[in-house]
Design a protein around this ligand. Sequence first.
Ligand code: GDP
Length: 296
Amino acid sequence: KDLDFEDNEEDLVTRPPVVSVMGHVDHGKTSILDAIRNTQFASGEAGGITQHIGASTVNINNKEIVFLDTPGHEAFTQMRMRGAQSTDIAILVVAGDDGVMPQTIEAINHAKAAEIPIIVAINKMDKEESDSNRVKQELTEYGLISEDWGGDTIMVEVSAKTGDGIKDLLEMVLLVAEMRELKANPNRDAVGIIIEAQLDKARGAIATVLVQKGTLHDKDYVVTGSSSGRIRAMFNSKGETISEAGPSTPVQILGLSDVAEAGDKIFAVEDEKTARAYADRAKEQKREERLIQKSN
Ligand code: GDP
């Protein structure tokens, strides 16, 4: 049975966009993610402590945006190599005082290969030496032409330090998301992707799942790669216990038999026996692959 079956068009409803922040080291990816999270608390959201689960949901104009934390694009590339598509929109951070650098170009290439729209955040605009025109000029060489220069790439001047432009950036993300008409069926067994996974001494195997289709429930039986189990507890990015998670929701789950692998898909199935059967088959496949590798 194909657990990842296609849904009928009429079952699809709009879901929040999932965004990755990419760019050259020190251009401000982490700072921009922090600034984005801070807009939440400034706007009076009951926020407080965000738990690190590798992704977070941000509310803007009563709409949600999901940010994957993984700084840089290593994880993103790894997931893509495993055939997993986690991201809907890429924010490309370019420091206005440094311009296009090797990892900027890499990020552009990854986003293009994955056919993900790019929004450029020209960062550090609080610095006197920053020059957004220079950045725009450099980006034209890579096919990214700013809207105000007659192209179709949205470029926003921001400062992660002062917070200037961050709200505009988020509004542009929502605009691009709307144009993409991102949809999923919330009424089916959940399909998701493992964003992060580790072993916690006290709690056992922990995984952050981005639900992509369907709704994941507490107590669901799940399988990911050769690991299976029954969900023992689920938490959102605020660390709150939740009982269900629909499309585009990042959740941390407890209850897997082993540490999952980032980039692997995860499926909710009807019962324990089914979960085990899929996990055993994956184990068997791994064993065979290893044997083939050895004999080569
Ligand atoms: P990352 O490696 O891309 O995640 O970059 P970071 O977020 O760690 O930022 C690198 C450095 O640039 C840090 O020292 C930040 O404080 C600084 N930085 C980031 N954004 C801004 C900004 O908007 N203005 C200024 N002046 N400095 C910034």
